[in-house]
Design a protein around this ligand. Structure first.
Ligand code: ATP
Length: 616
């Protein structure tokens, strides 16, 4: 009969034993639904997400292919090798397959082209070879196809799908860009001598004509795209009847000053949508992606990979309060009736085309790490851009360090600060690990949010790339000297900002505050101006002093911070080096590991949080 959860558990166990111990962490008595990396829906395994989990070796046949209810499989950034097993064709419900950044090789098996529910396929940065198959046209729901940085060769077949994201850069492809793909940006075809729109016209070559394709709806021209294939899923978040309501001028003013509490931003959102007569509904990324471009202006909340979905109506009915106004957005806390709480950001000054906006959001939303605040969903219309994040209840590091002591926030002792430094460093390191050009761009203490279980998370990843303004002034104090545009921040500039953050943790001074107190010099300069013998008396925040044994390690962390804020970027450590150093300092300072094997033991705290500080 139909495989049950026990069969899913057996498949996961087989997968684990084949690809290494770190693959799945579980409590032997617990249901697989409670294992690390596993999500369930209706009592069956619906998602397996093990990005950066150290998986090594081949994906064994008869393991993941046996998880027949799987909707999302993310094994990004591991060291999986060999070819894809043919039993992938059993994954009939798979919507997202993310194998980016492994060592997988060989031709894509025919099984891939029978995954009829697939909406997002990311096979970038592997060693896949052979021709790109026209079989992709069978995947009529596919909206994201990422094949860059592989060894695919031959000509690109005409692919007549309504792809929102497509990339085949840095393969061994030749010939011309087929018409069905010519509306993609030139950056989708980098690193090869291809020709034809959007690249240089082909010389002495007949322009490509639409080739016969197995697509059920071949398009005679790239623009406008053909109508969508019918959606096979019933809309799980179907709109319910809504009343059009009017927002009073007073309420709008309330939002503007950020003082009024409860439902305002959400009501404004409803009004905005209602005025334009747009249909409102929540939807998953796959479903949103499966609509044609013409419908792209519809009012819809799009959920990203790995996010729990809720009704848009729940969000509309939520009570909301203003959390703060930053350089890019105003942030609200929204508590839904069921108790689920999210942070909603209304982003200002976004001048991106919808397609570009969606592409950048998909990249931001694909980041899933315990120390990075998860982007759950987004909403795009001409006048309104909303980002829905998980809500972190512990407040920002900035509020803890510099907030009013009567606000009920606990002071941060040395252990907590050291744990926050490590967690934040791991979050930034993970962002950097996703690509050689990926950077956060706005590391500062108000973007480090605290959490009971996960200690600290990095917020606002990618926001500088969404806005049209150069928000340089908002990063003053944290900005590396070489940065002239807040939208072009290198990984080394992130390291500089992180160094300032470490100085802030150690001194308890905000960079701007330090600048004022020290006659206009910035925090790194202020620290450097104080003789090393005076550090204990002058530099460290009195709240972390008192434990003489720890002072040696505080000095080590301060030295690391000063390395990070080196003026010349190549003199700064990488984030991986920063993480390794803080792990060492943390382990030695708290004698977690008897001074031995500290790195391994601290890595274990990724899953076991008892040794971490909490914020009750
Ligand atoms: N996901 C979240 N969970 C809990 N609180 C949040 C969340 N996101 C933001 N906040 C709170 O909202 C406040 C405003 O955030 P926002 O990111 O808009 O501005 P900022 O961090 O002060 O400045 P910038 O826009 O330059 O990053 C933050 O200080 C933070 O306390």
């Amino acid at each position: 009969g139909v495989p049950d959860l026990a069969a899913d558990a057996a498949a996961l166990l087989a997968f684990r034993s084949a690809v290494g111990r770190s693959a799945l962490e579980w409590n032997a008595t617990a249901s697989p639904c409670l294992w690390h990396g596993v999500s369930c829906s209706n009592g069956r395994v619906s998602a397996l997400r093990l990005p950066g989990a150290g998986l090594i070796g081949e994906i064994p046949a008869g393991t993941v292919g046996n998880l027949t209810e799987l909707r999302s499989l993310s094994l990004r950034l591991n060291a999986l090798a060999g070819s894809l097993p043919p039993d992938f064709d059993a994954l009939k419900n798979l919507r997202g397959l993310f194998l980016h950044g492994n060592r997988l090789s060989g031709q894509l098996p025919a099984a891939v082209f029978s995954l009829s529910a697939l909406a997002r396929l990311d096979l970038a940065a592997n060693n896949f070879s052979g021709g790109i198959s026209p079989g992709f046209n069978n995947l009529t729901r596919l909206r994201v196809l990422l094949l860059e940085n592989n060894h695919f060769s031959g000509e690109i077949p005409d692919i007549n799908l309504r792809l929102l994201q497509f990339n085949v850069s840095y393969n061994n492809l030749s010939g011309s860009v087929p018409r069905g793909l010519s509306s993609n940006p030139a950056t989708a075809f980098l690193g090869m001598s291809l020709c034809g729109a959007p690249l240089q016209p082909c010389r002495n070559v007949t322009p490509p004509s639409p080739s016969p394709s197995p697509s059920p709806s071949p398009s005679p021209s790239p623009s406008p795209p053909p109508p969508p294939p019918p959606s096979s899923t019933s809309a799980p978040l179907a709109p319910k009847h809504k009343k059009r309501s009017k927002l009073s001028g007073g309420a709008i003013a309330g939002i503007a000053v950020g003082s009024a509490i409860g439902l305002m931003c959400i009501i404004a959102f409803v009004i905005c949508c209602s005025k334009r007569g747009g249909r409102m509904q929540g939807t998953s990324a796959e479903e949103a992606a499966s609509k044609p471009a013409a419908e792209a202006t519809e009012k819809r909340l799009v959920f990203l990979e790995g996010s729990s979905e809720f009704e848009l109506e729940d969000l509309l009915r939520a009570s909301a309060e203003v959390l703060g106004k930053g350089a890019y957005a105003t942030a609200y806390k929204a508590v839904m009736e069921g108790g689920q709480t999210v942070a909603v950001k209304r982003v200002r000054d976004v001048n991106l085309e919808e397609r570009e906006f969606r592409a950048r959001i998909q990249a931001i939303g694909s980041i899933t790490h315990r120390n990075v605040v998860k982007l759950m969903a987004y909403y795009f219309s001409k006048d309104e851009k909303l980002l829905v994040y998980e809500y972190l209840p512990g407040g920002s590091l900035s509020a803890h360090l510099h907030g009013n002591r009567g606000s009920g926030l606990n002071p941060l002792d040395w252990k907590k600060r050291c744990g926050i430094a490590l967690a934040a460093a791991r979050g930034v390191e993970f962002i950097h690990s996703t690509s050689s050009t990926a950077s956060h761009g706005n590391i500062k203490s108000s973007n480090i949010l605290l959490h009971k279980e996960r200690v600290a998370c990095v917020a606002d990843y990618g926001l500088p790339l969404l806005v049209s303004r150069n928000t340089m002034n908002h990063t003053a104090g944290y900005r590396a000297p070489e940065v002239t545009d807040a939208r072009k921040v290198s990984q080394m500039a992130d390291v500089y900002s992180f160094g300032v953050l470490l100085l802030e943790l150690l001194t308890g001074k905000a960079p701007a505050q330090a600048a004022q107190n020290a006659g206009g010099i910035d925090l790194p300069r202020w620290v450097l101006s104080i003789a090393r013998e005076e550090w204990k008396a002058e530099v460290f925040d009195f709240e972390i002093l008192g434990n003489q044994n720890a002072e040696e390690y505080m000095v080590q962390l301060l030295q690391l911070a000063l390395e990070c804020v080196a003026q010349y970027p190549p003199h700064r450590p990488t984030m991986s080096e920063v993480v390794a150093q803080i792990e060492k300092i943390y382990g030695l300072s708290f004698e977690l590991h008897g001074g031995q094997d500290h790195q391994h033991r601290i890595d274990d705290t990724e899953y076991v949080d008892e040794s971490w500080p909490s914020f009750n």
